[in-house]
Design a protein around this ligand. Structure first.
Ligand SMILES: Nc1ncnc2c1ncn2[C@@H]1O[C@H](COP(=O)(O)OP(=O)(O)OP(=O)(O)O)[C@@H](O)[C@H]1O
Ligand SMILES: O=C(O)C1=C[C@@H](O)[C@@H](O)[C@H](O)C1
Ligand SMILES: [Mg+2]
Length: 419
């Protein structure tokens, strides 16, 4: 290997496409199961330059022959360059985190900051917060040992103004995990999460619901990669690259999720939009049928929905945590908030609103067999679709015109999210 990333588990990482866009070199993900394997990797010196992620950033520091002053003060190295057999260590997460929080308008000066997690990244973020004049930096961990607070005790600190998650809690494939209740902090101004996969962790979804300023780790990831690529190639890369790579990556990774009434066009528009956007198409109803080995008409019956809804929630959670897809849902997916939260963690949710008279009762949907049933369902669900979606598209025009509208709204939502 010449360039790449080492860490214990790398299934979540987006570093490969970022580095390949930044530097034009091949970049490999090399998972190493334990510290012995990581030590042996550095001892072999069989690489030109690598990034290092959880849990080897402290070990990487010890393996280097020379460590940059800032990285040594922080105690964590995420970039190692092999120059003629000598290993040089740097920390580009520091600049990456500073970039991300500045971009999001999050300030540390005179703030009480609570960090969730005590690993290598907590040292980096502590350094940024202190350098920017934080009043106090508190650490919390599950064990509450080594000077850290337990999560329970952390929630008693009513003075906390900024929360930063520096732990892998909630990171793919453990989507949905969240150890803190943000309502405990009446003075909360901002929440940052260094996790970028999923895009909106459960912690950030809580912050959004409270109307608190928040940011995820994707801009940090891209920024630290840019600073690392400068060491890799010994060339300056313009800062503007961070924004353009971020935008391309988010558009590529984001799911497009279509919700709406039975027969509003979710499946057919979903297939067309998947082609337009170059994404994989998944129809959640078809996945439920595949998993159950029988059609929905045999699983779902009026008054006997619970079994079907449970299967639907499991299938929704499984696909919603993946990236780069168009997901067409079943009409009732919005009936459970947990499904909506799952779909929004990586997805732009578009409500396909088709005029009631164009919706077709009957077919393979047991709960909307008559026009009356369909109308009653519309009255209940329309407000839920409205609440769950980022954008609404009226399906009242020729099919391909509507598919183009959906694609445009997808990009508009992503642009707004960044602004
Ligand atoms: N704009 C349109 N013009 C013409 N036909 C359309 C348009 N939108 C959807 N249709 C047609 O409406 C029918 C229902 O669409 P589709 O099966 O995609 O809906 P759905 O939302 O997936 O329904 P369900 O919830 O039952 O799975 C299909 O035959 C589709 O081709
Ligand atoms: O998830 C990733 O790909 C990475 C995360 C951070 O630890 C970075 O420091 C590392 O360079 C790459
Ligand atoms: Mg369908």
């Amino acid at each position: 290997m010449e360039y790449g990333l080492i860490g214990q588990k790398l299934g979540h990482s987006f570093s490969k496409p970022i580095h390949e866009a930044l530097g034009g070199y091949a970049y490999d993900l090399v998972p190493l199961p334990d510290e012995d394997a990581a030590r042996a990797f550095f001892a072999s010196r069989d690489f030109r330059a690598v990034n290092v992620t959880i849990p080897y950033k402290q070990l990487a520091l010890a393996a280097c022959d020379e460590v940059d002053e800032k990285a040594a003060a922080i105690g964590a190295v995420n970039t190692v360059i092999n120059r003629s057999g000598r290993l040089y260590g740097y920390n580009t997460d520091y600049a990456g985190f500073a970039y991300m929080t500045k971009r999001a308008g999050i300030a540390f000066q005179n703030r009480t900051v609570l960090l969730l997690g005590t690993g290598g990244t907590s040292r980096t973020v502590t350094a940024v917060a202190r350098d920017q004049g934080a009043k106090e930096v508190l650490l919390a961990s599950r064990s509450g040992k080594n000077g850290a607070l337990s999560y329970e005790d952390a929630m008693k600190r009513k003075d906390v103004e900024v929360v930063v998650n520096v732990s892998p809690a909630g990171m793919y494939p453990n989507n949905g995990e969240c150890l803190l209740d943000l309502t405990a902090f009446p003075r909360l101004e901002a929440v940052a999460d260094v996790v970028y996969n999923p895009f909106h962790t459960a912690l950030l979804q809580q912050a959004e619901a409270l109307g608190v300023r928040c940011v995820n780790g994707l801009s940090m990831l891209v920024a630290q990669a840019k600073y690392a690529a400068e060491y890799f190639t010994d060339k300056k890369i313009p800062d503007g690259e961070i924004e353009s790579i971020y935008r391309d990556l988010r558009a590529k990774q984001a799911n497009l999720v279509l919700i709406g009434m039975p027969s509003c066009g979710k499946t057919s528009l979903g297939k067309a939009c998947a082609k337009l956007l170059g994404k994989r198409f998944v129809d959640l109803d078809a996945e439920i049928e595949r998993q159950e080995g029988r059609p929905i008409s045999q699983i779902l019956a009026p008054g006997k929905e619970t079994y079907f809804r449970d299967v639907e929630s499991r299938v929704t959670a499984r696909f919603a945590r993946e990236s780069g897809q168009v997901l067409s849902t079943g009409g009732g997916v919005v009936l459970r908030e947990e499904n909506v939260a799952a779909l929004r963690q990586n997805g732009v949710v578009v409500y396909i609103d088709r005029p009631l008279q164009d919706l077709q009762p009957g077919g393979a949907r047991p709960l909307s067999q008559s026009r009356q049933a369909l109308e009653a369902q519309y009255a209940v669900r329309a407000p839920l679709y409205q609440k769950a979606c980022h954008a609404k598209v009226n399906n009242d025009a020729p099919f391909y015109t509507v598919a183009d509208r959906v694609k445009e709204r997808f990009y508009e939502v992503l642009d707004c999210e960044r602004a």
